[in-house]
Design a protein. Structure first.
Length: 666
């Protein structure tokens, strides 16, 4: 306001000077028309300007630590830039300037400063190159988003100047975020940032400390490639915290933001707040975001930005190449301790470590899962249980896998699975591996080198209908996660290389998703490599080679099922953690399957399931189909299911399989 008082004095001098030399100064209609005398005066000269002393041409920026001074320093403004900025915002702060500017513009309808008027108040003219350059689109005022030059159709001297409301409120002491920013942009509260810093592992903390020291010496743009979802975000926040900066987050995972519109406002906000920016995860095609960031920051590099994503950095994204590219360290946190801190003594009714063991979540995701679990428990009106925790954790998984695979929410459990002791024991071992791989491979250091992941991969082999897919659903249900069945029709492509691209998208999403990935009929894509006789063989072998490499670095849980185990390449079997054979059920198991399938079906009292199990050698899937057939026959007749209905269903299954139907009557 003191600066505006000085500006008002300069306006008074300019008004007085012009009034003294203007013969139409007393005309009440002045500004509504142009008289011949006024045109003649304009032709005689270029108007009067107040005398300006060299040492007070544009004024000084005020107190060294005032907001105007800080803004000038952060945006690289000259004294003339500050004068232009004040001239432009004056009517927004003091209504008196509207009338004064209308008079000086010789147009009562134009109550904002124009380029010519702002320069007149500084004792300069629009034809002076250095003065005119302050309004160039790449000059600090305009490139920084501090000044808008309106009226594109007018010559530059007559164009009106406007200061965005966010800049004005900042100078007046208000720091509410710009309303034009996307909703996914938010300043990170100090407490939340400190919580993230306090939860990361020692390796990640050491990395962020070194990088923060580098940024404290000078702003830079850093790209962090994260190999685990959330590690880039945690490392970025910790880095900026170590550099002594507040944090402005832009989460690209939410909302449909356009880089050209969002980045300039985001960079301006970071400069106003003196903050660093954490931006990500980068979209599939991030070129527009990276280039907009570099253009928004400009050559001055006065804002530290940490961008992160799962894809490696491509130099083609950056026109300057002046970006530091690093791998984000794994966010190795003590997940068990963090879960316990959220639930404390409330988790006494169930085994919390066993409940959360299958989930690979970051500290941020665990916070969200815990909040969701408490909300779900309150919604049910009861105490916190394992189901609430599992549902909260599943909400944190990436939903984008639905684009490439079919999601199945498990609805079966161990009682639904009829298996001999050996394959059942191997399934329990699979559950143990899935629950405790972080401890065994990570904390105990049994993970091998070569970039190998922490995934669990199993092959279920057996005849059709022996329970392979059902077992995969049981595994997912016991772990409390979803089952995703890969649709081969959405993966296999006749064009060379497209199948591998589709598989890579699936594996990448599965790495970040807490789910069981099921490749049904896996021999179709995991088949044996063959001798190269033509180009088709060569490209088929390339597909197999890609899968071999990708399984090495896989971090999720995958189940492969096949009816033709002999067709699976030996190199794949070597990379499997478990190979489980599902045998054809014997008579006792078939009897158990008949009973289980008919558990909820109305049946006649004299139904003979023992004979069904003895005389028809059917797998579990075929037995269920036979029961469904019998149920439809019975419901159409309006009676319970009889033995004859089951006999008809079993015979139909034999015919479907092309087998000789036994001549049996009961």
């Amino acid at each position: 306001m003191e600066r505006l008082a000085l500006l008002r004095e300069r306006v008074r001098i300019l008004v007085g000077t012009r009034s003294a030399e203007d013969p139409t100064a007393e005309d009440p209609l002045r500004g509504l028309y142009l008289s011949a005398e006024h045109i003649g005066r304009l032709l005689e000269g270029d108007g009067a300007r107040p005398p300006v002393r060299p040492d007070d041409a544009y004024g000084r920026c005020g107190e060294p630590h005032g907001r105007l001074s800080l803004l000038a320093r952060r945006f690289g403004l000259t004294d003339l830039d500050v004068h232009i900025l004040l001239s432009a915002l004056a009517p927004d702060v003091d209504r008196g300037f509207e009338s004064l500017y209308g008079y000086l513009n010789d147009d009562v309808g134009r109550r904002r400063a124009t380029v010519a008027l702002a320069l007149d108040l500084a004792g300069l003219a629009p034809h002076q190159a250095h003065a005119r350059a302050r309004f160039h689109p790449r000059a600090p005022l305009r490139s920084g988003g501090l000044l808008v030059v309106d009226d594109e159709d007018r010559p530059l001297p007559g164009r009106a100047l406007r200061v965005p409301e966010r800049v004005i409120t900042h100078l007046l002491g208000e720091d509410t975020l710009d309303g034009g920013l996307p909703g996914s942009v938010r300043p990170l509260p100090v407490g939340e940032a400190a919580g993230i810093v306090g939860r990361i592992g020692p390796e990640a903390g050491l990395f962020a400390g070194r990088l923060g020291k580098l940024l404290a010496g000078g702003p830079a743009v850093v790209h962090l490639r994260e190999h685990r979802q959330g590690s880039g975000y945690a490392a970025g926040v910790t880095t900026l915290h170590a550099a002594g900066l507040s944090v402005l987050c832009c989460d690209l995972a939410y909302g449909d933001q356009q880089a050209a519109a969002a980045v300039p406002a985001l960079i301006r906000e970071a400069r106003l707040l003196g903050a660093g920016v954490v931006l990500g995860p980068l979209p599939e095609k991030p070129e527009a975001w990276v280039r907009a960031l570099e253009e928004g920051i400009g050559a001055g590099r006065d804002v530290s930005v940490v961008i992160f994503g799962s894809a490696p950095f491509d130099p083609c994204w950056s026109p300057t190449g002046d970006i530091l590219c690093l791998d984000a360290p794994h966010d190795d946190i003590d997940a068990e301790l963090l879960w316990q801190s959220h639930f404390g003594d409330a988790a006494t009714g169930f085994d919390l470590p066993a409940t959360v063991a299958p989930y690979r979540l970051t500290a941020r995701q665990i916070d969200g899962a815990a909040k969701a679990a408490w909300s779900l428990a309150a919604l049910d009106g009861g105490t916190l249980g394992a189901t609430h925790v599992q549902r909260g954790a599943r909400q944190q998984s990436a939903p984008t896998l639905d684009r490439h695979a079919r999601r199945v929410s498990p609805a079966v459990a161990w009682p639904d699975l009829v298996l001999p002791a050996e394959p059942r024991g191997q399934l329990e071992e699979l559950l143990t591996r899935a629950r405790h791989r972080e401890r065994v491979l990570g904390q105990w250091g049994l993970r091998t080198g070569g970039g190998r992941g922490r995934g669990v991969v199993a092959l279920f082999a057996g005849e059709s209908g022996t329970g392979k897919t059902l077992a995969a659903e049981v595994v997912a249900g016991e772990l409390g996660i979803d089952l995703y069945i890969v649709e081969l029709s959405a993966v296999v492509d006749k064009y060379i290389g497209e199948t591998e691209k589709s598989l890579e998208r699936i594996f990448a999403e599965a790495d970040r998703t807490n789910a069981v990935l099921l490749f049904d009929e896996a021999d179709a894509i995991f088949g044996k490599r063959s001798e190269v006789r033509d180009s088709h063989d060569r490209y088929a072998n390339l597909e197999s080679a890609y899968l071999l490499q990708r399984l090495e670095s896989f971090d999720g849980i995958a189940v492969l099922t096949t009816n033709l185990r002999a067709n699976i390449d030996e190199a794949f079997t070597r990379r499997l953690d478990l190979l489980i054979d599902f045998p054809f059920p014997d008579q006792a198991q078939r009897l158990a399957l008949w009973r289980h399938s008919l558990a909820g079906v109305p049946c006649a009292d004299d139904i003979d399931l023992a004979s069904c199990a003895r005389d028809f050698e059917l797998a579990g899937g075929s037995i269920r189909s036979a029961v469904v057939t019998a149920a439809y026959v019975a419901v159409g007749r309006g009676t319970p299911v009889t033995t004859d209905d089951l006999l008809a269903g079993a015979r139909r299954e034999y015919r479907k399989a092309g087998r000789l139907v036994p001549d049996i009557t009961w």
